[in-house]
Design a protein around this ligand. Structure first.
Ligand SMILES: [Zn+2]
Ligand SMILES: [Zn+2]
Length: 182
């Protein structure tokens, strides 16, 4: 019995430790810190031209062939919370993500930020993808522009999709990218 249970326990522990960014220590001034797995996107950001504010990246996970990401060039402390970005910068990031989403999927897109307990990368990033069918819930706010998209609250994530020319913002959830085509 022990033989079966132990590997499962350790696997669960590894997955749990890997999917949490609440102890991020990525610091570009200390390159050795960027070797941590959760700092991978910080390294990618450092490869971008110094004068860009944001960049779009095709997800390199072979299990997510349809996914893109929108990311700021800059780093923010710890888990790079969006609240560290001034509203004007956040709006630019959301606007770029919406633009790419539109280009890829017309009005069938969704954007998602996972909650801190589910994120595996410290660097701020918005997932861009096709919204899956039948994921709609009744728990959303309606906004009319990127500038009105609220900050995630209490370490949760949020997901956004267009409805009749406006935006649904779904808040208070940890796992949000599962609403998007992989
Ligand atoms: Zn970073
Ligand atoms: Zn909705």
């Amino acid at each position: 019995m022990l033989n079966v249970r132990l590997p499962v326990f350790f696997f669960t522990l590894l997955v749990t430790l890997g999917a949490d960014v609440r102890n991020c220590a990525c610091d570009v001034a200390k390159p050795e810190t960027l070797e941590a797995r959760e700092c991978g996107l910080c390294k990618v950001a450092e490869l971008q031209p110094a004068d860009v504010f944001l960049f779009l990246l095709k997800d390199n996970n072979p299990r997510k062939p349809n996914r893109w990401l929108a990311l700021p060039r800059a780093h923010y402390p710890g888990d790079h919370p969006l609240r560290e970005m001034p509203l004007e910068q956040r709006t630019r990031l959301w606007t770029a993500a919406i633009g790419k989403a539109n280009e890829l999927w017309g009005d069938s897109w969704g954007l998602a930020i996972n909650g801190d307990e589910q994120r595996t990368q410290c660097h701020a990033h918005i997932h861009i993808g096709k919204l899956l069918d039948n994921v709609e819930t009744g728990n959303f706010a309606i906004v009319t522009s990127a500038a009105e998209i609220p900050l995630p609250a209490n370490n949760t994530g949020l997901w956004v999709h267009p409805v009749l020319g406006k935006l649904h913002v779904h808040t208070g959830e940890q796992i949000t990218e599962s609403n998007l085509l992989r």
